[in-house]
Write a protein of this length. Sequence first.
Length: 315
Amino acid sequence: MIPSLSSITSRLRFRQLSLLVALEECGSLHRAAERLGMTQPGLTKALREIESTFGAELFVRTQQGVRPNELGLCLIRHARLMDADLEHLREEMNGVLRGSGGRVAVGAITGALHSVLVAAVSELRRTQPALSIEIRESTSLELLNAINEGRLDVAVGRTTVSSNVEQFDYEELMDEAVAVAVGTRHALAKARRVTLAQLARCRWVFYPGNMPLRKLLEREFREAGLELPPYPIETSSSLATMLMLKEDPHLVALMSSATMEFCEEHGIARRLPLAIGSRHEPFGIVTRRGARLTPAAAMLVQCLRRAAGQPQPAG
């Protein structure tokens, strides 16, 4: 049985939480001890003290090193969250002392980056010029992991890709329209009418199989009674997709309409006259369930709502 909260808080030290994180990342007592500037016997003793505090083993010892068990992974996740909360506290206090806004870390899927995040960050910078902002572009699943580990304050994406939806607070922002794109030198780049059957014979750039845009495309081909084009290039990188379309005049890709507008504006790709009937899943603001946002993160959320044309909550 896990000891009481009062027992844990009276015995646990922040230094010990850093030790657990180092052990997971290094995978061995020797390498973790080197990183922390400790001896291996000292680290072993410290790990035993932590396991004694929780009344359970947290790591599995093997010939290859150590790896956290299920309890260990749970504790390490919360250790990272506590470390992130302390870093947020430090940044906020620094901001108060400097008379500036502190720091905020935000992530977004590609479509949200083009459609709302850039505008929201620009507005935030105008009102808080001394604010330090970290922006990360990634898939929804990777953004959720970063939220869970305390590495991001806010993400703009989808929570449905997670098997632990209950760990997040989600506020829908907007629907995401999609477009079919080709490079400017593609044979269909100036066509007035295009069918999905024509595109089934083309080479494609696909999103990986677990991503919403890939599932949407698979559904579109299936409902049209067509096989998904074989031998695709698979990437979740919008930049890689743009570069491949620009380089290879035979490729086709599905992307968000916001990304498509960017490509057209800069002469990277052309939108094909083909409507996608399947509805794409909306995206929204994601935060850790029950987490108290820093003032900077709360301001960013307000800017995101305005960029998406959403009403601000009363009060």
